[in-house]
Design a protein around this ligand. Structure first.
Ligand code: ATP
Length: 252
């Protein structure tokens, strides 16, 4: 049984069926990419998995426990973290503060920015946050204002905020969108290291096939709200159904 199981999930927006009977089984420790043309339902699927959207029908299980119906912070506390398409960081705070906040949120079960004065074990949390920032290549900038970071660095900071929570599963929504090739390759290296060092299971939504083929163990291709093909990157590469789904728009 996989670490994450999506079972018969449906989700409509008005008359539009964004997810149409989706079933997925994600194996623990793997990197699983979800690809597909625009509007295929990839982000909706991620939102259902992290509790931001309730499915109309169907269930999501994580480690055998039902996620459906739980609040996003509860799902987060169970070990599921998400890296957003637009980094959700506190631009007025330093990088270090940004990385310390999620640790406190997970530990205390609530988001308390004003809790600094009352925090026990703060030195320990700070040490861990510093080590993680070092790990993602932002150690030197830990006291900088997060608002001044480049787009690539903001994404790296968000990864650090995610890793510090010691998640079991990370969902990444286009982690390299809008990045230069240099930043994209740095992010690929970082994500690959995350796998080696932390063994974290990852689900990645990605349009950039270079990223998919560099990182993914398995790939699910979605079209019109439904997974149409699943396999290794090489298996899906030559699949005519995949080429058809992209209507010739993508070269896999
Ligand atoms: N909150 C919403 N309200 C109405 N329609 C929505 C909503 N969210 C998504 N949709 C629609 O549902 C469909 C699936 O959208 P979704 O964002 O999940 O696709 P996607 O595969 O992630 O696309 P992209 O690659 O462009 O991000 C699209 O037709 C989209 O317009």
């Amino acid at each position: 049984m996989g670490i994450l199981q999506v079972q018969n999930v449906n989700k409509s927006f008005g008359g539009l069926k964004a997810l149409n009977n989706v079933n997925l089984d994600i194996t623990e420790g793997t990197v699983h990419a979800v690809i597909g043309p625009n509007g295929a339902g990839k982000s909706t699927l991620l939102n259902v998995c992290v509790g931001r959207l309730a499915p109309d029908t169907g269930t999501v299980l994580f480690g055998g426990k039902t996620l459906t119906g739980r609040a996003p912070h509860e799902i987060n506390q169970m070990g599921v973290a998400r890296v957003f398409q637009t980094p959700e960081i506190f631009t007025d705070l330093s990088l270090l503060d940004n990385v310390m906040i999620p640790t406190l949120a997970v530990r205390d079960g609530a988001f308390k920015v004003n809790a600094w004065g009352r925090v026990d074990g703060r030195a320990e949390i700070r040490d861990r946050a510093e080590a993680i920032l070092e790990n993602v290549g932002l150690g030197d900038k830990r006291h900088h204002h997060s608002g001044n970071l480049s787009r690539g660095d903001k994404r790296r900071l968000e990864l650090a905020m995610c890793l510090v929570q010691k998640p079991k599963l990370v969902l990444l929504d286009e982690p390299t969108a809008g990045m230069s090739r240099h930043d994209t390759n740095a992010t690929i290296d970082l994500l690959a290291r995350m796998k080696e060092e932390h063994g974290v299971t990852k689900i990645i939504i990605e349009h950039d096939m270079h990223v998919v083929f560099s990182l993914a163990d398995r790939v699910t291709v979605m079209a019109q709200g439904t997974p149409i093909v699943e396999g290794t990157p090489n298996e899906i590469k030559g699949d005519s159904r995949v080429q058809e789904a992209y209507l010739g728009g993508a070269h896999l």
